[in-house]
Design a protein. Sequence first.
Length: 156
Amino acid sequence: MTVAEAGRRFNGRRRSSMRRAMAVRGSVVAGCLWLAACGPQQPPFEEVMTPDASASLPAAEPVTAAPLEGDGDTEGGSGVVTAQGPGGLVERLPDTCQLDNYRQYAGQDAVTASFAVTDRPVRIIAPDSIVSQVYDPQRVNFYTDSAGRVARISCG
């Protein structure tokens, strides 16, 4: 046997042992993933409110807003005041975007409804979509159903 033949035979054994090692590693990784998927899972968090706990909560009192001198701005002469609360948060006041003007778009195509509103910002919110928490009291929100029709309208 020559040196060249011995080298080929050694390389052949080396390659086959490397292939076996790679196959074993792949099997080990696949087995670990399979076992991890079968592990115990935490149940979803559910908050249960008992009748006793809900009875002890005080009833919320309605709050009315009065115009503030120097601390708030009235929007377009409408008499609605938006004031900055603690931390720079905008106080949420009811119907600051004049929802009655846009109720006619309920059940219509959301894109058509959004193009019809030209005097204020508009946001179309699809089902299960991620929405920013930035509150704009003048913005009209069109919540759509799965067909793209306006299902609900709100300010914010």
